[in-house]
Ligand binder design. Sequence first.
Ligand code: GLN
Length: 231
Amino acid sequence: AGGAKIVKKGTLTVCTHLPYKPFQYNEGGKVVGFDVDMMDLVAKKLDLKQSIFDTPFEGIESGQSLNTGKCDVAAAGMTITDDRKKVLDFSSPYFDATQAMLVAKGSPLKGLDDLAGKTVGVQLGTTGADYVRANAPKTATVKEYEDLALLTAAVKSGQLDAGVNDNGVLYDYVKSNPDTQVATEFDTGEQYGFAVAKGQNDALLKDIDDAIAESKKDGDYDAIYKKYFGE
Ligand code: GLN
């Protein structure tokens, strides 16, 4: 393909933040997930081998990781936002998401309005953190967590009354943690995109867009979806 810039020869270096199951997570000593399989399609197209670089989400979404050449692309269940578009170039959207609220099974809390005087957890640097700060009652205490696993564990253990994160990851979590439930979804209408350094790698961006489009035509996208989300 046409002139994609690559930081390390022979390798598609992919920045992500682990764990964000089912988009990227460790299983049997390997990083797997929806985004990982999508990036394998891009790597294959460019005759490269994917190498995953785990780094804090704040560095990814602020553009720092990509714009300092730590990786070629970010694949991190990352929502395309206007703020992020100022510092990153995004692929076409590849996944729809919305914020959702995780609570303990049987909790009476149904939505953000019920969080007055309660403690709600969010993940650092995320659209969920922004949403809660903008919309939760003033008397709610907002606690920030470095990653999804810490956030969900704090809801499960009762340290938090609720946790807000993307619907896909929370529905996946409750499948294996039946002592928790998704109380509600918020209509934030988000779309995930893969990102490259701002204004520096149009060729790679085009390869990514082509890989997404091809995967939707040839059945690879549906197969990957089924693999990580079931029917
Ligand atoms: N989609 C959310 C965001 O972009 C969360 C992403 C993540 O935590 N990996 O902020």
